[in-house]
Design a protein around this ligand. Sequence first.
Ligand code: NAP
Length: 502
Amino acid sequence: MLTGHHLIAGQWVAGQDTFISSPASGEGFAFAVGTPANVDAAARAAEAAFPIYSALPREVRAQFLEEIAAQIDARGDAITAHGSAETGLPEARLVGERGRTTGQLRLFAGHIRKDGYLDLRRDAALPDRTPLPRPDIHMIQQPIGPVGVFGASNFPLAFSVMGGDSASALAAGCPVVVKGHSAHPATSEIVAQAVHAAIEKLGLPKGVFSLVQGGRRDVGEALVQHPLISAVGFTGSLAGGRALFNLCAARPDPIPFFGELGSVNPMFILPQALAARSAAIAAGWAGSLTMGAGQFCTNPGIGVVSDGPQTDGFISALTAALDPVLPQTMLTDGIADAYRAGAARMAHAGAKPVLERPEDGRRASPYLYQVTGAEWLASPDLAEEVFGPLALLIRAKDAAEMLQIAQALQGQLTCTLHLDAGDMALAQSLMPVLSRKAGRVLANGFPTGVEVCDAMVHGGPYPASTNFGATSVGTLSIRRWLRPVSYQNMPPELLPEALRSL
Ligand code: NAP
């Protein structure tokens, strides 16, 4: 049952103004428009909750995360129905994404039950050291305070209201204020109902979680500028993320903005692999490119080959794999418009069309373009992300130009090598460059499908992310909401509990 209201510190709050949602199918529903006053109420409640919530035993926070997961599962059918109608994504995708979302919550519950993430350290006192004695120093990672989270349009569950940013922040001990994405407000509200039920069941402070539904630009601006917000998690566009990053940096007290922005996820298809597996690589690329209408941050938008006798055959195989893909519904009208504009930008920047099938409205079909290495190196526009199923094949004239292309790349979430044993020398020359450019380097695979685990990095140098030291997926993402604090010569009674036995 939808209210169309915000959830602010345990209260369902109506708005003076409403907006009507624009689902891909079915009727729209009226939702409260968020305001800076809503953000202020949520941030104040989050700050009031922080000392209590952050001091809870880790076991209680773990139970809270597990209870949220259970409450989300209990609303599974409604979430799938609303999520699919709002986003146009198939029901199976919503079911799978819910599993990932609840899996993330349970993963973080297990993660904080162990104390490894606290990075406990001690340098014991050396009273007899000369010329100066050493004091007794303990260190622990402490939660930073209330966190602002922007729901992402392309993952209505796993990167939205209770996605990885919120789950990791709550695990760390930080209350969360979410700015909902206006592309899926009903899905957001049902997930908020699940969190609300978990808060009630465990008797936690109400300000630990709030959802302010999407509204005008001033809501996001108010969230990142609010003096009680300590850090921000964001997944979305380069332009939006950069504007919000700048606002965070311009505050009197600048705060970290963990933005996951644009990436073209280049794949380097090395000569021996191309000769041996051209059709399989083409089919795999087409599948990865068009999955979910290409609306993944890890979508492989660029392929680089060393031009040779196999290149034309590879392009034919890729075209044959992309051609039968039926038009898909994109997440919003705006994203579909941006996709068409991105394709036009490619053509304007000199990319030669191989496959172009423009669609109307919210629909998208795959596009394929090609350029020479020299053309790509000369035109920075060709390196920009086009969000959707658009592929650009770069024909490097030789191995040296392939390396030059790797060196010219902006920061990426992923870089991929397709290689066989005979490609090892070229791969070894590319590896230091690719490791410097990307958060994750893959061999003989496709970058979509990000594993949620301990060793995952989903981040990278700008513009892939605004903090190249951070990841927004996997257990390491909790580090974004923690800061190290040292305690010097502190009586044990005043040390955080986890440090007392060290
Ligand atoms: P977006 O435009 O960046 O918006 C994301 C969130 O940030 C929304 O809540 C939006 O609020 C807010 N926002 C954006 N610019 C703002 C500003 N200047 N001031 C205050 N708040 C601001 O992303 P989107 O709506 O999801 O999709 C648009 C484009 O983003 C896509 O075409 C695609 O290029 C890109 N995208 C990239 C990824 C990725 O993983 N890299 C994921 C999703 C989308 P409002 O909705 O109220 O404007």
